[in-house]
Design a protein around this ligand. Structure first.
Ligand SMILES: Nc1ncnc2c1ncn2[C@@H]1O[C@H](COP(=O)(O)OP(=O)(O)OP(=O)(O)O)[C@@H](O)[C@H]1O
Ligand SMILES: [Mg+2]
Length: 251
């Protein structure tokens, strides 16, 4: 379970001065739920997910992940989650299997268990054909699968995935969507961001719409359809985004 409580994040940039990238965000992702975060470029999705993953600290508010405070119990949070982002680092000279072994050891997992996990992950993500090829020679989709494999080697309770299918073909995306669904059936909690509306439609139990640092709506697809009178997620998204107010700047 993830509890996000009144999270604000203030950034500074030369042109705009101080501004809130996250204004006052509160919501809960229940155990065993898939929660999709949708919002235009610059809405604050990555910032929010990084705060949830204890990679970045909020200016105020707090997040509890699997019962742990993301600020004061960052190590416990990191052990409870798989965090995937565009910045996930991999060693180019290692193969996917070596990568999983390396990170498995870092997590202090028993050798036999690591090998068992590797086998399961290779299967789930359909990685057998390139499992022993060095990462620098892999395609975009193969690297993305390796990034996911690397962050889930410790079989975490919670997945925090920032645009997991960005730039992938429909087959590779399908594998990743299937994997997210499989993890849900294993009782895992998943929050992910995406720009692909179809994906949100297929996967999410609940959706959160974020725009200019505000969580402007949360609900199931059915609830959002009823509220807006729109027939699909694309129309719902546009109906909310079009009516939002601009950024608040701090003086
Ligand atoms: N370290 C930083 N310093 C200053 N501003 C930042 C920093 N990180 C993010 N921002 C700004 O905060 C806002 C939210 O950025 P964020 O990356 O969270 O958006 P996003 O919703 O993930 O967008 P996208 O869909 O393009 O990935 C943007 O205006 C961005 O420029
Ligand atoms: Mg982002």
């Amino acid at each position: 379970m993830i509890e996000v409580n009144q999270i604000k994040k203030k950034f500074y940039d030369k042109k705009n001065g101080n501004f809130y990238a996250l204004k006052d965000i509160s919501f809960t992702v229940n155990k065993g739920e898939i929660f999709g975060l949708l919002g235009p470029n610059g809405a604050g999705k990555t910032t929010l997910l990084r705060i949830m993953a204890s990679i970045m600290q909020a200016t105020s508010g707090h997040v509890k992940v699997n019962g742990y405070d993301s600020k004061n119990e960052a190590e416990a949070v990191k052990k409870s989650i798989a965090f995937l982002s565009g910045n996930t680092k991999l060693y180019k000279k290692l193969t996917p299997v070596e990568t999983m072994r390396f990170f498995g050891k870092l997590y202090g997992i028993d050798k036999q268990l690591i090998e068992k996990r590797i086998d399961t992950i290779l299967n789930t993500l359909d990685m057998y054909s390139f499992k022993d090829r060095v990462i620098e020679k892999l395609s975009t989709g193969q690297v993305q699968k390796t990034s996911i494999a690397r962050c889930m080697i410790h079989d975490p309770q919670i997945y925090i995935l920032d645009e997991p299918t960005l730039g992938l073909d429909i087959l590779t995306s399908r594998t990743i969507i299937d994997f997210i669904q499989t993890e849900k059936t294993r009782g895992k909690t998943i929050i992910f961001s995406t720009h692909y509306m179809e994906e949100a439609d297929t996967l999410c139990d609940r959706i959160g719409l974020i725009h200019e640092g505000d969580l402007i709506e949360t609900g199931t697809l059915e609830e959002l359809k009823l509220k807006t009178g729109k027939g699909n997620i694309r129309e719902i998204f546009l109906s909310y985004i079009d009516r939002s107010e601009p950024f608040d700047r701090i003086k």
